[in-house]
Design a protein around this ligand. Structure first.
Ligand code: B16
Ligand code: MG
Length: 215
């Protein structure tokens, strides 16, 4: 177990809540309107990627001029925001409130590191606007995951070194970002490979002391 853990950094989509379904529906609607083949399996590859990189992946190498790309990203986001209106605190994933409470009881600092430019809106909808000491989102740094910049930015705000922080992620790009930055990492669900220090199916019934002991 790492001796000196002082902070936890959580990804948002896929860890705190599951907005992936809404991202999928929004990309799918855009793709259908534009006659681009796009399946649920295609969407899995977009997990954790920035909006721009998601569009690049959806295009699968087909050319797209910049003006159209910008307009399509606005359209996709408008569709996403429509569905986001439905989100309530009930959408917080099982185990999250308990894990956060355990972390607070251990005096750990709490950060959010999400690629999403809508992260603060999502936190508001979940009733979690004051849950995290530092919120890093799609506006915080230039280089998205799998670069480590976002998590380093959050760790700096928390006042902890990467070696003193554990990142919780559901996407391979996020685990890579954590590892590149020198963080401890917990991978959640099926989309993460073997790169994380610990893999769990989800945070349901998670016991923080046990997680830290298994790193
Ligand atoms: P937006 P995370 C990511 O959130 C999503 O997993 C990914 O599907 C999305 O493309 C990305 O945010 C950007 O989101 O279009 O709202 O800026 O997993 O990093 O919390
Ligand atoms: Mg995620």
């Amino acid at each position: 177990m790492p001796a000196d853990i002082r902070g936890l950094i959580f990804d948002l989509d896929g860890v705190i809540t599951d907005t992936a379904e809404y991202h999928f529906r929004a990309w799918k609607r855009l793709a259908d309107e534009e006659g681009i083949p796009f399946t649920r399996a295609d969407n899995e590859a977009l997990r954790g990627l920035s909006r721009r990189e998601s569009l690049n992946q959806m295009m699968k190498g087909a050319p797209l001029d910049e003006t159209t790309a910008q307009a399509w990203m606005v359209r996709k986001n408008d569709y996403y925001l429509e569905w986001l209106q439905d989100i309530t605190p009930d959408a917080i994933l099982p185990g999250v409130p308990s894990l956060l409470a355990q972390a607070r009881a251990m005096n750990l600092r709490l950060g959010l590191g999400s690629a999403s430019k809508n992260a603060k809106l999502v936190l508001d909808k979940l009733g979690m606007h004051d849950t995290f000491d530092v919120v890093g989102d799609g506006y915080s740094v230039v280089n998205p995951k799998p670069e480590p910049d976002l998590f380093i930015w959050v760790a700096g705000g928390l006042g902890v070194y990467p070696t003193q922080a554990v990142v919780f992620e559901d996407a391979e790009a996020g685990i890579q970002a954590a590892r590149h930055g020198g963080f401890w990492s917990v991978g959640l669900g099926d989309a993460v490979g073997s790169l994380s220090h610990l893999r769990l199916p989800s945070l349901a019934n998670a016991v923080l002391k046990d997680i830290l002991a298994s790193l």
